[in-house]
Design a protein around this ligand. Structure first.
Ligand code: HEM
Length: 445
């Protein structure tokens, strides 16, 4: 069986379309079938859009699909060989080392950190509440999620580094994204403006991570993720993890652990601003469940509607909008032969907005997520955290964080979107609001 082909130009295929409008190009391709051939220079590419076929790649036959993709090659220039980018037995060992740091028993302590950080953030807005000055809530979410991941998993106060990390990350994400759809690969050592931005950005992030590791080496190892990684010894050699490996793992947790959640929260504020009746319902739930007191992790399961709003935002604006794998052997997906080396793309953005999977897919409808809501059964119909053995290690952390940050903030403030702004998603590695999210804040006390 042959897959339908998304038309492209001779030689360069769809590369220019992807550079110009990646979301639109993948959307158009996905309309042609469950698995569609995408013309690309150098590679055979397939867009897989039915949850059942994605299950084949991420679950049933996951050993035949790896992370030798252009996207992951670009990420490795920053993250090195950490938990997100590594593969095979090495990845499995690191994942097993890290997993206990995400145990459910940590939820209580994480909850306290999440609520405290959000309370401080809201307090820092006091002058804006008074003046009514507009600000970018996306930037604020980046700041608070960085502080949270720093305190909860690395026992480090990253507040002072937030400006540096944010300033380095924006341009880096653009440079790395350009690399994934470039026609000709340019080696890192060629001093193009993009390569210079890469080197500078990486150096700024390295400085933050190296300081963090050095400070921690000077103190006792704790039972957070960083402490566990530092204390772990190799079963065969008895050796501890060296600084280079530790750097890759810390960089991964620091970046993967905050930017995605910040995007999710920013899109929640966009959607709430556009759907006041949903916000009113959410506030009703906060008033009933919390009755004015601060939330804790124990409240999260009771904040059913708050969590539904977060899930629905993750459906409509999945922070990781595209995932790719490379076939490490010849295989077949849905009866279509897929040769070794082919790139397989599956997009949470596309799957989450497919009418055959989600009725009225464009509609923001948190009720889908309530206990009696109608949801598709497939494990890959909702995949903001991916699925299968390489699923996000921080999914529980992120969902708790999203719920508690939202609850704590909305108890204190009412955000209003500044009218007339463009709230367009920018598909760099993550789905960011291209121009930020300008809001004004008022006190609700
Ligand atoms: C809303 C927030 C988040 C989203 C949407 C998200 C999404 C994802 C996705 C889609 C993957 C799989 C990528 C692939 O298969 O190619 C992933 C992996 C990963 N995420 Fe997250 N993530 C979020 C929050 C977090 C947090 C809070 C942390 C850390 C505390 C984290 C750490 C990681 C790591 C280490 C991996 C690699 C796991 C492995 O391969 O073993 N993420 N994430």
């Amino acid at each position: 069986m042959e897959a339908p082909v998304h038309p492209g130009l001779p030689l360069i295929g769809s590369i220019l379309d992807l550079q110009r409008d990646a979301l639109g190009t993948f959307e158009k391709a996905s309309k042609l079938g469950d698995i569609v051939k995408l013309k690309l220079p150098y590679f055979k590419g397939y867009v897989v859009s039915s949850p059942e076929l994605i299950e084949h790649v991420l679950h049933d036959n996951y050993k035949s699909y790896g992370k030798q993709t252009r996207g992951y090659a670009a990420l490795r220039t920053i993250l090195g060989n950490g938990l997100l980018t590594s593969e095979g037995p090495f990845w499995l060992r690191q994942r097993r080392l890290a997993q206990p740091a995400f145990h459910r028993e940590k939820l209580g302590a994480w909850g306290d950190i999440m609520v405290r950080a959000t309370r401080d953030l809201a307090a820092s807005w006091a002058p804006r509440l008074q003046s009514g000055a507009a600000f970018d809530v996306h930037e604020e979410m980046m700041r608070v999620t960085l502080r949270i991941v720093g305190e909860a998993l690395l026992s480090t106060d990253l507040t002072a580094a937030a400006g540096e990390v944010g300033a380095a990350l924006g341009p880096l994400l653009k440079v790395l994204t350009e690399r994934t759809s470039r026609l000709l690969p340019i080696p890192d050592w060629v001093p193009t403006p993009a390569n210079r931005r890469l080197v500078t950005g990486r150096a700024r992030l390295d400085a933050v991570v190296h300081t963090l590791i050095a400070e921690r080496r000077a103190t006792e190892a704790g039972d957070d993720l960083l402490g566990m990684l530092m204390a772990a010894t190799d079963a065969d050699t008895g050796e501890r993890m060296n600084d280079a490996q530790l750097r890759d793992e810390v960089m991964t947790i620091m970046l993967a652990g905050h930017e995605t959640t910040a995007n999710a929260l920013s899109w929640v504020f966009v959607l709430l601003g556009q759907h006041p009746h949903v916000e009113a319902k959410l506030r009703e739930e906060l008033a009933t469940v919390l009755a004015g007191r601060e939330p804790t992790a124990a409240d999260a399961p009771k904040l059913v509607y708050t969590s539904a709003v977060l899930h629905e935002a993750l459906r409509l604006y999945p922070p990781v909008w595209a995932i790719a794998r490379s076939a490490s052997v010849d295989d077949a997906i849905g009866g279509v032969p897929v040769p070794k080396g082919a790139l397989i793309f599956f997009l949470p953005w596309v799957v989450h907005r497919r009418a055959s999977v989600w009725p009225e897919p464009e509609k923001f409808e948190p009720a889908r997520w309530l206990p009696d809501g109608q949801r598709p059964k497939s494990r890959c119909a909702f995949m903001p955290f991916s699925s299968g053995p390489r699923k996000c290690i921080g999914d529980g952390f992120a969902l708790l964080e999203g719920t508690l940050v939202l609850a704590t903030l909305l108890q204190r403030v009412k955000l209003s979107l500044v009218p007339g702004q463009s709230l367009e998603p920018e598909p760099v590695f993550t789905l960011r609001p291209r121009y930020g999210v300008q809001v004004t804040a008022a006190s609700v006390a």
